[in-house]
Design a protein around this ligand. Sequence first.
Ligand code: DGL
Length: 284
Amino acid sequence: MVSPIGIFDSGVGGLSVLRAIRALMPGEDLIYFGDQAHVPYGMRTIDQIRDFSEEITKHLLKQQAKMIVVACNTASAVALKYLRSRFPDVPFVGMEPAVKPAAETTRSRKVGVLATPATFQGELYASVVERFAKNVKLFPETCPGLVTQIEKGELDSQTTNAILNKALEPLLKEGIDTIVLGCTHYPFVIPQIKRIAGSRVRVIDPAPAIARRVSSLLDSNRLRNQSDRIGRMRFITSGDPVGMESALNKLLGINAAVDSIPWITNAEHNETSLLTKNDAISTS
Ligand code: DGL
């Protein structure tokens, strides 16, 4: 692998961002980390999400990542600023709910935003609202349980559809004509969302815009991979590799082996860190 782009999320959600990056820049090597030992992040404390994000970033940098894409709205909301200050030489790309394009195109001036509680509480969301939503009414919705359903690969089950119905019906009654997907897991249920919301409601998946941002940052930092071969992809989970392998197949149609890198806890210092292969060799 030449220096890869590092991408991480609490679980499989960031694969929606990886898919867009791969489509735009097939020549780049990609390394993806899904923190499935800790998913969902949306219910966790700020300190926890910050610690996990820092440790994963360190791990990706050890694998020579030339850029880190925080492909998780929740981790971006809580940890992006901190990561930038902690690793000042590393280019980061984070997620923020795509309120700007929604505000530019909505006719009803009513926009639904689907994201986790932690994303709504973060200052990034407050700043997006402040900057772009002056003349628009936003309807935030947390869709409890939806991330877990997508992690399980249940994209179209009764439970998943019930969660979506419950979340969307009140928003549709209010007259929203645009839905912003403020969680990277949610693009995997766009067909289900469209089925409930109807064809007149626009659903915004931010992943293609994020991929364009990654591309321009690679250029401005002179980091683009110049070789003309197809880039390699490596997948890592802190959870069950077999589960992630089947998610890769189901969500992206990819057959790939997934590496497992578990978290270890140092009880004495009350710290968790990732057990890397080198650690495993030295401790065995
Ligand atoms: N994919 C996530 C996001 O974009 C994380 C959801 C979660 O783990 O709660 O917010």
